[in-house]
Every structure is written in structure tokens, then in C-alpha cells.
Design a protein around this ligand. Structure first.
Ligand code: 5AD
Ligand code: SF4
Length: 440
């Protein structure tokens, strides 16, 4: 028997890329590849890339430069670029980096086995189509081998919102929802393989409108249906747009026990003027009222968000409005970025804020968000939370899991098994995780 070919995948960017990388590994698994953690052992290296900010895209070119010499020691090595940089700059990648053998966009990776065969035969291959067929129908079924107790499941892709700064509607295309039956089959398959928590993914997941029994289903309806799967204990979803939080989804946070009390709901800015310039189509006040309704449904809901500072035209007063909104909400976690002009987006044509100004704002915002995160974590000390244990921690005998609120929790106790959900009393809070002991 010939030795299995080895595949190394490096994933950049969002959780949807993490999911896609798993599916690509399965697709190439059907061509005889097994995964490796060592790029220098690999016969195929895939970079699953992110195009959301300029830095993310530049990282891909530097990584390709670093990988290139591996081809000298292993002439059979093939290098591929997948994901959103591939979609946006496929031909340019081929030109800039001759070591790249294949480029595949996010909608065509079910064709990887054929592309792999083509490059093995000595060619180079580019496929960044938005094809007629649905890739999910053409990917291997039931090949999920490794199964950590928490899994991602993409239910929706693309976006129709066209926020003025964002490349997603261009790289990932128009909003498409997967049919309910397909999602249910995949979820049941994951649960059969030991998964106890599923995070439903989509670039704009709460705009989900998949075909199901009796017509189009909302995300809330899908969540309520998934919640009936025995042994599936936890459901989460990300990422959402404030304008798509409908009444039923808000209510589900209060009355669906399997829906976890953590919500990532980006607002980007607290200034109405900037929100309008961003084409967000809601005001800061509308967002705050929405948060109030969510907290009325689920008082302990932990909120997370995304922020952009230095968007074109952002004044000191606009930035103060963002700081004010952050103080009003009190985030448990948040991500903040300096605005990065993306080619082809409307905002890229506008005059930018000086870099020192944007950097200064980013520092101030991050200091506030870090302080809020610490406060929310500190408030967990002394409380009992449910933790789903996912993997060993870094210290001997230690296990790491996630609380209902998505906090990483470390516990050292020989009784803990991976996949177990246990009550944990939190005893201390570190910079990015909590520590605790099993509750009696
Ligand atoms: N510049 C900076 N941040 C951006 N994001 C999206 N596009 C840009 C951009 N051009 C941020 C938004 C989004 C998150 C995924 O990335 O905050 O919610
Ligand atoms: Fe991009 Fe999200 Fe806006 Fe869609 S809603 S355009 S994915 S930032």
C-alpha cells in the first residue's frame, strides 16, 4: 500500500473559514489525504485566507514567501490558496507567487479533488466561480472523523447588506441559506459523532431564511427545531446584524434553554452620522433599545460586538459617541479594528482619517473594552457555571472548556472527561480565561 498523502491547512480569519477548512480536508480525504500539523511533512499545503482587512490579505503573501523553499526539499509539494483572498485576487496570486499551484474560491472547494488531480498532472488551476450547483451537495457526507465536542455548522453564506466598508458581499456573494433538511441532517450527523454544542454560522446568520416544511424558516425556528435533537445540549449562532434580530429570535434567548446566553451583535460605531455613512441602516439608539429587549428576555446575556474606528469622516465627537455606546452596553467581549480601505467597496473612495488619530482612538476603545471584559469576568468569580470540556489545558492534568457565556474555563481534576458538561465553581479570573473547581 502506498503511504497516504499529507495535507496541511492553515486557516485565517473567521469561524466560517474554520468550518470550510474542515470540509476541504474531508473533500481531499476522499483523494487519499490525511491531515498533518507539520507543513514540512505535507504533500499539499492550503492557505484558507481572509480578505476582510488589508493586513489579513498581506499575511497570505508573506506566508507564501516562507513556504516556497519547502518545494526545494519536497518537489512533490503542491501549494494552494483558498478562501476570500483567492476569490478576490486569484489571478494576481498566480502572477505574484509562481510557487502557487492552485487557487480555489469559497464556493468551489468541492472541486478540489479534480483540481488536485490536475496539478498532480503538472498544471496550475484557478477556480473562483460562483457555480450553479451547491457545493454542500457535492462534498463527502458522513466523513467527519475528528470530532471535538463543539462544532461549527454553516447555515448561511454571503451578505446583501453592503456595509460601505465591507468586502464580504463581493467575495462571498449574495446571501444564500441552506435548506432546513440539509442543516438537520448535518447536525444529527455531528451529534452522532459526539458533538454536544453547535454554533450556527453565517456572514449574516440571523438573516437565515432556509426552505423548510411549509415554506421559509427563520433562524429562530431552525434553532427551536435543532433544540429537539437529544444529546445536542448547546446552540449558538454568529454573526448577526442588528436589523435581523426578529421578535422570535429575541424571545428564543429567554425561552429556549439550549440557546446559550452569549450574543455577538456588531454595531461598528455609536455615531448616527457614521452609521449612516457605513450604510448600517439603524441608529445607535435603535441598537440600544434592541439590547434592552434582549436583556429583558435573558437578563444574564453576555454581549459581544465588533467596532471600526477611523472610518472616513469620523470626528472626535463621532468617536466619543462610540465610547458612550460601549459604556451604555457593557460588553463581555469585543473586537475592534482600525478602518482598512478595501478595493471595490464604496468607503474606499473616501478621504481617510489620519493614521495617528485612528491608532489613538483604537487604543482608547480597546482599553475600555478590556476593562469591561475584566469586570464581566471578575463578576463570574464565586458563581457556578456549566462548562463543556473540550480539550486538555496547558498544565499537567488540566482541562479546558467553555462556559455557557463562552468564557474559557480551566479546571484541574482527574474526574473530568472531554465532552462532559459539568458544573464548575469559578475561583479566579485571568487575562483571557477563568479558573475553577468542580462544584459538589
Ligand atoms: N476595515 C476594518 N474592519 C472591518 N471589518 C469589516 N470590514 C472592515 C474594514 N474594511 C470588521 C467589522 C466586521 C468584522 C468581521 O470585521 O467590524 O464586523
Ligand atoms: Fe459585511 Fe457584516 Fe455588513 Fe454584511 S452585515 S456587509 S458581512 S459587515
Amino acid at each position: 500500500m502506498t503511504e497516504a498523502k499529507k495535507l496541511y491547512i492553515k486557516t485565517y480569519g473567521c469561524q466560517m473559514n474554520v468550518y470550510d477548512s474542515e470540509r476541504m480536508a474531508e473533500a481531499l480525504g476522499a483523494s487519499g489525504y490525511v491531515m498533518t500539523d507539520a507543513p514540512d511533512q505535507a504533500d499539499m499545503i492550503l492557505l484558507n485566507t481572509c480578505h476582510i482587512r488589508e493586513k489579513a490579505a498581506e499575511k497570505v503573501y508573506s506566508e507564501l514567501g516562507r513556504l516556497k523553499p519547502l518545494k526545494l526539499t519536497n518537489p512533490d509539494l503542491k501549494i494552494g490558496v483558498a478562501g476570500c483572498v483567492a476569490q478576490a485576487e486569484g489571478e494576481e496570486i498566480m502572477r505574484r507567487q509562481p510557487a502557487v499551484d492552485l487557487v480555489v474560491g469559497p464556493q468551489t472547494y468541492h472541486r478540489l479533488p479534480a483540481m488536485e488531480a490536475a496539478v498532480r498532472a503538472g498544471g496550475r488551476a484557478v477556480d473562483t466561480e460562483f457555480p450553479e450547483e451547491d457545493k454542500f451537495d457535492h462534498l463527502p457526507k458522513g466523513l467527519h472523523t475528528r470530532r471535538a465536542p463543539a462544532a461549527f455548522l454553516t447555515v448561511q453564506e454571503g451578505c446583501d447588506k453592503f456595509c460601505a466598508f465591507c468586502v464580504v458581499p463581493y467575495t462571498r456573494g449574495a446571501e444564500v441559506s441552506r435548506p432546513v433538511a440539509r442543516v438537520m441532517t448535518e447536525a444529527r450527523d455531528l451529534v452522532a459523532r459526539g458533538v454536544r454544542e453547535i454554533t450556527l454560522l453565517g456572514q449574516n446568520v440571523n438573516a437565515y431564511h432556509g426552505e423548510g416544511d411549509g415554506g421559509t424558516w427563520t433562524l429562530a425556528r431552525l434553532i427551536r427545531h435543532l433544540a429537539r435533537i437529544d444529546r445536542l445540549e448547546r446552540i449558538r449562532f454568529t454573526t448577526s446584524h442588528p436589523n435581523d434580530m426578529d421578535d422570535d429570535l429575541i424571545a428564543a434567548h429567554g425561552d429556549e434553554p439550549k440557546l446559550m446566553p452569549y450574543l455577538h451583535l456588531p454595531v461598528q460605531s455609536g455615531s448616527d452620522r457614521i452609521l449612516r455613512a457605513m450604510n448600517r441602516k439603524h441608529t445607535a439608539d435603535a441598537y440600544l433599545r434592541l439590547i434592552e429587549r434582549l436583556r429583558a428576555a435573558r437578563p444574564d446575556l453576555l454581549l459581544s460586538g465588533d467596532f471600526i474606528v477611523g472610518f472616513p469622516g469620523e470626528s472626535d465627537a463621532d468617536f466619543d459617541d462610540t465610547m458612550e455606546l460601549v459604556r451604555a452596553v457593557g460588553y463581555g467581549q469585543a473586537f475592534s479594528f482600525k478602518y482598512s480601505p478595501r478595493p471595490g467597496t464604496p468607503a474606499a473612495e473616501r478621504a481617510t482619517v489620519p493614521d495617528e488619530v485612528a491608532s489613538d482612538r483604537l487604543h482608547r476603545l480597546q482599553a475600555l473594552l478590556t476593562q469591561q471584559q475584566r469586570e464581566v469576568q471578575a463578576a463570574m468569580v464565586g458563581r457556578e457555571v456549566a462548562v463543556l470540556f473540550e480539550k486538555p489545558g496547558r498544565l499537567p492534568g488540566q482541562m479546558m472548556g467553555k462556559s455557557d457565556y463562552l468564557h474559557a474555563v480551566h479546571v484541574t481534576d482527574p474526574r473530568i472527561e472531554i465532552g462532559q458538561i459539568a458544573r464548575v465553581r469559578i475561583t479566579h479570573s485571568g487575562p483571557n480565561s477563568l479558573g475553577g473547581v468542580l462544584a459538589e
